[in-house]
Ligand binder design. Structure first.
Ligand SMILES: Cc1cc2nc3c(=O)[nH]c(=O)nc-3n(C[C@H](O)[C@H](O)[C@H](O)COP(=O)(O)OP(=O)(O)OC[C@H]3O[C@@H](n4cnc5c(N)ncnc54)[C@H](O)[C@@H]3O)c2cc1C
Length: 480
């Protein structure tokens, strides 16, 4: 990590703002591909203070605050960090965010707060995400985060369905307000995609588990292995005495690839692959086992962040040739540039304008190769991106021991189908009032990916917090 001389902390703010910056300090690729540990090196206090001092404190409303979906008061946090008041800075983040230690790590800062930083005009943006993670880690190390006592204990029971960022944030806010909250989740442990999706090298699981422990220690109950809509319905929850329900079930169905051989052994769905390679055995859903061997050649199909996560996981699993197949060009890829660049540094390669048309088995019945076709781009389709068109006669065979399909996510229609009067759209996304998360069914609120479709941790978290306020208003009005 670059050491910043202490005299920099004492020089004039304008001068400091023009000093050359540096990129996020990461472990070298050849070292980090050997394990699943965090790739980002921890900041030291002096470097954190220097980096924060590069903030020029734009007048209110600062562009970074506006660009942050949680509207974190970033300029004030930067000031506190520059002054060495790390605990105060962490507390400031906690006023507007339920998961700052997580958002500090996984938010696409380069598209949000850092993208809007005026320092971009001179130099590099202030590394606000890194600093958010630094102060919240510091807080955990030096002052345990004590769960707050509920202000008015024993208010009405509220059920939260889904323990991802949306459900956790909603539960945390409601429990602070004194409601008795129970979270139900289909998985054995809470966390949603924070635990059962995003790999450890991007988001260390202990960071997630510690934050979940805080929320549970504040009095939130967790009931795992319970699929709402199958094991019990939303109506059953009301019959059990819950007076409001928040639905934050995400979009958990991997989009299938309808080509011959997609069900061969050795072909995995993206989420299943990430869970079975990244999640500790004790947290695996019932009947799921760890994947131990993936062979030498791995292809990952798709162009989003899940594809990058699968590529980087395959490299760490010991594959020697890890290739991403994407049917458009890099320009049209929906995934973040940063994750793609990290995947490249770690040895993954990309074949653009390439579409699998068939998965071929070997003599043992397992995947042996993928038949692909080259594509060219035609006119834009309904998504605004140019439509990929197969080039006749361009088929070719690519050897592969493992293929991972990371081509998108669909909502699960079960809750919509089993809850009377709950309005849904597009195969199961829940329709809500965007300000409150209220659904068409009285007392039922929803937020996160289940409403928007696949989005971000921070947007799901914000939706959960907003819905908690609306649930509070709804229940207060009910008791008047
Ligand atoms: C591989 C991958 C990597 C990602 N990387 C990033 C990243 O780096 N940065 C970022 O900001 N975002 C990232 N995302 C997106 C982010 O994880 C999601 O937007 C976010 O987790 C959505 O939160 P949520 O609470 O709405 O849903 P989820 O996190 O999906 O949680 C939903 C929960 O509901 C449970 N559930 C589902 N149905 C039921 C049911 N019927 N009954 C009971 N429980 C149910 C599920 O088990 C799950 O625990 C990534 C997504 C994936 C798939």
């Amino acid at each position: 990590m670059q050491a910043i001389p202490s005299e920099f902390l004492a020089i004039d703010r304008k001068q400091r703002a023009r000093l050359p910056s540096y990129h996020i300090p990461t472990r070298p690729p050849e070292e980090r591909v050997c394990d699943f540990n965090d790739i980002v090196l921890p900041l030291d206090e002096e470097t954190a203070r220097f980096e924060a001092s590069r903030c020029i404190h734009c007048p209110d409303p600062a562009p970074c605050v506006q660009a942050c979906p949680a509207h974190n008061d970033i300029p004030s946090a930067m000031w506190l960090i520059e002054e060495g008041k790390f605990l105060e800075a962490a507390q400031l983040y906690r006023q507007t965010s339920s998961l700052p230690e997580i958002c500090g790590r996984v938010c696409p800062h380069e598209k949000l707060c850092q993208n809007s930083c005026v320092q971009n005009h001179y130099d590099e943006p202030v590394l606000t995400g890194l600093l958010e993670a630094f102060v919240t880690d510091y807080e955990r190390r030096y002052r345990k985060i004590h769960p707050r006592e509920p202000r008015i204990p024993h208010r009405q029971p509220v059920a939260v369905v889904g323990a991802g960022p949306a459900g956790l944030a909603c539960a945390e806010q409601l429990s602070r307000l004194g409601y008795r909250v129970t979270i139900f989740d289909a998985k054995p442990r809470p966390g949603g995609l924070l635990l059962y999706g995003i790999p450890n090298f991007k988001l260390p699981k202990d960071v997630v588990l510690e934050r979940i422990d805080d929320i549970l220690a504040a009095g939130v109950k967790f009931v795992g292995n319970t699929f709402i809509g199958r094991d019990k319905t939303i109506d059953d929850l009301f019959a059990e005495g819950f007076e409001a329900v928040f639905i934050g079930v995400g979009t958990g169905i991997d989009a299938p690839m309808k080509v011959p051989g997609a069900d061969l052994p050795g072909v995995y769905q993206g989420t299943e692959f990430l869970i079975r390679t990244n999640v500790a055995e004790e947290f695996l859903p019932q009947g799921m086992e760890k994947i131990t061997g993936i062979g030498r050649r791995v292809v990952v199909i798709g162009g989003g962040d899940t594809a990058s996560d699968c590529l980087r996981t395959a490299v760490r699993m010991g594959a020697q040739h890890v290739t991403c197949l994407y049917r458009r060009t890099e320009k049209e890829m929906p995934g973040g540039k940063k994750d793609r660049e990290l995947a490249r540094q770690e040895g993954a390669t990309f074949q653009f304008l390439t579409q699998p048309v068939r998965f071929l088995p070997g003599e043992d019945g397992r995947l042996k190769a993928v038949e692909c076709v080259r594509m060219e781009l035609g006119e834009p389709d309904e998504s605004g991106r140019r439509r990929p068109i197969p080039i006749e006669g361009s088929n070719f065979i690519l050897e592969a021991d493992t293929a991972v399909l990371a081509i998108g996510y669909w909502p699960d229609p079960t809750i919509g189908e089993t809850t009377p009067d709950l309005e849904t759209r597009k195969w199961g996304l829940i329709v809500t009032d965007p300000e409150t998360g209220a659904t068409s069914r009285a007392g039922v609120f929803a937020g996160g990916d289940a409403v928007t479709g696949p989005d971000l941790v921070v947007t799901a978290m914000v939706a959960g917090r907003k819905a908690a306020q609306a649930i509070d208003a709804y229940l207060q009005a009910k008791t008047r």
